[in-house]
Write a protein that binds this ligand. Structure first.
Ligand SMILES: NC(=O)c1ccc[n+]([C@@H]2O[C@H](COP(=O)([O-])OP(=O)(O)OC[C@H]3O[C@@H](n4cnc5c(N)ncnc54)[C@H](O)[C@@H]3O)[C@@H](O)[C@H]2O)c1
Length: 252
């Protein structure tokens, strides 16, 4: 049976773990070729191999999303290997916690460099290829921290609000060129990032669960479902949207 994304190609940053890996695996199960762009070679190669072992087509390209030349190279390698670029999930991200008066300037540059500039750079080169292909769909990973203030998370909150704004602006800029651009705003999701939060915040599980309406932590697959749907033709009239996948957190 033909799969819905047969012959299509998806580029995924931060695709070797967590939400990114779940999305890469789902795209591959639905027939798409996937590129995983990540910093860590061992984890990236292992993730691509796992997808190939399950019958998918996957390429790993070592990429620091805050580095323009590396992002350009990863997207070039994707197009060269698979013959095009249809979908992109700009998802690589890092978190930083702590009061601003105790935060080093370098932490701001690091978080903004990956979470916001990384998304900016990725879209810059993805859109160039999508314009040549006659269109495409992009999803950027924001957060509920992109939809409200959160004390102690100022730098992260700023980066994710930036992702939401950038997404809307570029969605308007390229709507008539057939490129749809949206974000997902995950709530607390069971990933390595959540595991890190647990180590830094006593009682993290109870705290996160209490902030959702559904009273549980979400799975990476629940975010992947939304990303893949937003990329699909079923979402053909959806662009410039920041889409919560948060168990009701933003409304609570
Ligand atoms: N887990 C949550 O509760 C949650 C909630 C809201 C938003 N998010 C966002 O989801 C995204 C994915 O995070 P996750 O929860 O799956 O955790 P994760 O730590 O598994 O994923 C982050 C990925 O980004 C990669 N990465 C980090 N710096 C990079 C760089 N410079 N270049 C390329 N890749 C880099 C990491 O190697 C990792 O694979 C992030 O943008 C995060 O901010 C997560």
């Amino acid at each position: 049976m033909t799969q819905p994304f047969e012959g299509k190609t998806a580029f995924i940053t931060g695709g070797s773990t967590g939400i990114g890996y779940a999305t890469a695996a789902k795209f591959a199960r639905l027939g798409a070729n996937v590129t995983i762009a990540n910093t860590n070679i061992e984890r990236g190669e292992a993730a691509a191999q796992r997808i190939r072992d399950n019958g998918g087509n996957a390429l790993f390209v070592q990429t620091d999303v805050s580095n323009s030349a590396q992002v350009q190279n990863a997207i070039h390698r994707t197009v060269e290997t698979f013959g095009g670029l249809n979908y992109a999930f700009n998802n690589a991200g890092v978190a930083a916690m702590g009061p601003i008066i105790e935060t080093d300037d370098e932490v701001f540059d690091y978080v903004i460099g990956i979470n916001l500039k990384g998304v900016w750079l990725s879209m810059k080169y993805e859109i160039q290829h999508m314009l040549q292909n006659g269109g495409g769909a992009i999803v950027n990973t924001s957060s509920t921290a992109g939809g409200k203030g959160m004390a102690g998370l100022g730098t992260y909150v700023a980066s994710k609000h930036g992702v939401n704004g950038l997404t809307k602006a570029l969605a308007l800029e390229y709507a008539e060129s057939g490129i749809r651009i949206n974000t997902v705003m995950p709530g607390p999701i069971e990933t390595p990032m959540m595991e890190m939060a647990r180590q830094g915040i006593p009682g993290a599980d109870e705290m996160f669960v209490s902030k959702t309406a559904v009273k549980r932590i979400g799975t990476p697959e629940e975010v992947a479902n939304a990303v893949v749907w937003l990329c699909s033709d079923e979402a053909s009239y959806i662009t410039a949207t920041n889409f919560p996948v948060d168990g009701g957190m933003l409304e609570l």
